[in-house]
Design a protein around this ligand. Structure first.
Ligand code: ADP
Length: 535
């Protein structure tokens, strides 16, 4: 082999913030805060605060490879943690505070987190769970002295702004190997415990380049952009890294994600683009209808995480002239896999046809390969008709789950591809259309509900606000005659409020598959027309 003769410089997260601080020095990072007011700083100021934070972490004893957890909204402080933790060679572990408490306990212990940075919103939760967070030595409240929680709540808890003030304002980043782990995110599984996707510096940088290439300026400009998708959810779809490349003003919404709060922030900060799940866009749409207009600069929306309803898509495009880009991805894929990428010919189609095209999950971005296979793992044609389980491969796709061999074995096939658990068709020209899911999960408002957590059969049915909600299908025991309310009360005692099914239907028997499992496919078909209230 004749080797190329170029420098082998590592792709590191630290290089992103250094670049942004120099080239996009004055571009703003704006954040609605947990305390209330809007906070503003430039990329250059952000770099200084990140250096201070990194020095503070080192002083607190952070070592390369340590897992350092966050439980936080999208704010400038969470953004700083992303970069400071990774850049010193530690791993930023974002914990989803919407998970079930037992799952958080599992995750913290499985990851062996040594520190936890939390927004004050989560103090009551952490106060309760602290005795189960065995490996955590240091707790830091992401606020200033004036807003610190009481010392009794979490003994010894430190104050973010104080440790930052103590840290030196500059740092020379270590020259890490680009394959060093930089971030960790757990995703809930069909069965068993949550599973960790462990991203590397290299994969996060490549993911950013791949997304930018697919965007080609159509949905990732240098104008203000707002991630509604949480930073505790798959790197906020990679956006914190991507904006450091383009220098786009970054507007973070803090804890308030309702339509009215988003509308106001978008309006006051001239937000051009927003990224989030369909439920968020429904909330914003309600607000736009109330006010009879859109946030004045809002022009592009990236929607993903769940299928978007055709009606929502059409209203945004026709009534408000907001261009929707539909994406599909997974935590395990960093997470973007596909996005709407239309040819000039497709853009020239009549409105209805364009909406048909946009309802599809998109076309793969460079760096993600896709195949669909039958039950024996045999490849099926990409002809828009054959349906099979979707597998992916790429430099920003996990090669296994963190510290979980069994889950890895179940997810990676003989050729080394990752099984998504989605069932899809792919057209000859590369459009992905999801048609079903093999995972036993319901996705509501962008968050998973495991239907295995609920006894009896639970299936996903369409819901006007949450995209999907669980419907419980029950066979009454002989001689018993429980009411819907009794069944729901029984289930509610065991589940988080948002996991409780919306409705109950009684049937004489459950359809079974050839192997004797409950056939969710038949149940879904039978109750496809079941309508839930919008509440
Ligand atoms: P994220 O919500 O960030 O995409 P998750 O890992 O929580 O990541 O969920 C990934 C799963 O969500 C996919 O495997 C698929 O089942 C579903 N999903 C994601 N995007 C879409 C979409 N555009 N349409 C339908 N389902 C989607």
């Amino acid at each position: 082999m004749l080797k190329g003769q170029m420098m082998d410089r590592p792709l590191l997260v630290s290089s992103l913030i250094d670049y942004a601080a120099e080239v996009h020095a004055t571009s703003p990072i704006v954040s609605a805060t947990v305390e209330g007011p809007i906070h503003r700083q430039t990329y250059a100021e952000t770099r200084t605060r990140i250096a201070r934070l990194a020095n503070a972490l080192l002083k607190l004893g952070a070592k390369p490879g340590d897992r350092i957890a966050t439980m936080a909204w999208n704010t400038h402080r969470h953004f700083e943690l992303y970069f400071a933790i990774s850049s010193i060679g530690a791993v930023c572990h974002t914990i989803n505070p919407r998970l079930f408490p037992e799952q958080m306990t599992y995750i913290v212990n499985h990851a062996q987190d040594t520190m936890l940075f939390l927004d004050t919103t989560f103090v009551p939760l952490v106060e309760k769970l602290k005795p189960t967070f065995m490996p955590i030595r240091t707790y830091v409240a992401m606020t200033d002295r004036a807003h610190m929680p009481s010392a009794e709540a979490i003994a010894g808890i430190l104050c973010y702004e104080e440790i930052l003030a103590d840290g030196a304002p500059d740092i020379v980043w270590p020259d890490l190997d680009e394959n060093t782990a930089c971030a960790l995110c757990y995703t809930s599984g069909t069965t068993g415990d949550p599973k960790g996707a462990l991203y590397s510096h290299r994969s996060n940088l490549l993911h950013s380049f791949f997304v930018l290439a697919a965007a080609q300026g159509s949905f990732m400009p240098t104008r203000p952009i707002l991630p509604v998708v949480p930073m505790f959810h798959a790197n906020a779809w990679g956006l914190p890294f991507i904006v450091t490349l383009t220098g786009a003003p970054f507007v973070m919404p803090g804890p308030k994600l309702d339509g009215a709060s988003l509308f106001e922030l978008m309006d006051s900060e001239n937000v051009w683009g927003g990224w989030g799940v369909p439920t968020v866009w429904l909330g914003l749409l309600d607000e736009m209808k109330k006010r009879g207009r859109k946030p004045h600069s809002l022009s592009r929306i990236l929607t993903g995480g769940s299928a978007i309803a055709r009606a929502t898509l059409e209203t945004y495009e026709r009534d408000y002239e907001i261009d929707i880009v539909h994406g599909w991805g997974m935590t395990e894929m960093s997470p973007v896999g596909t996005v709407t990428q239309m040819t000039p010919e497709e853009r020239a189609q009549p409105f209805d046809e364009q909406m048909n095209i946009k309802s599809r999950q998109g076309r793969r971005m460079y760096g993600v390969e896709m195949k669909i296979v039958d039950a024996d793992g045999k490849r099926l044609p990409h002809d828009g008709a054959a349906q099979g389980e979707l597998y992916v491969r790429g430099a920003a796709v996990i090669s296994g789950y963190y510290g979980n061999e069994a889950a890895t074995k179940a997810a990676i096939d003989k050729e080394g591809w990752f099984g998504t658990g989605d069932v899809a068709t792919i057209t000859a020209d590369g459009w992905l259309v999801l048609v079903d899911r093999t995972k036993d999960l319901v996705k509501s408002g962008g968050e998973w509900i495991s239907s295995i957590d609920v006894e009896a059969a639970v299936i996903a049915v369409p819901h006007p606000k949450w995209t999907e909600r669980p419907l419980l299908v029950v066979v009454k025991a002989p001689g018993a005659n429980p009411s819907k309310e009794q069944v729901l009360a029984h289930v509610a005692a065991k589940l988080a409020k948002w996991q409780v099914p919306d409705d109950v239907v009684f049937v004489d028997s459950l359809p079974l598959t050839a192997t004797g499992k409950i056939s969710k496919k038949d149940l879904r078909a039978k109750f496809a027309e079941h309508r839930l209230d919008a509440g």
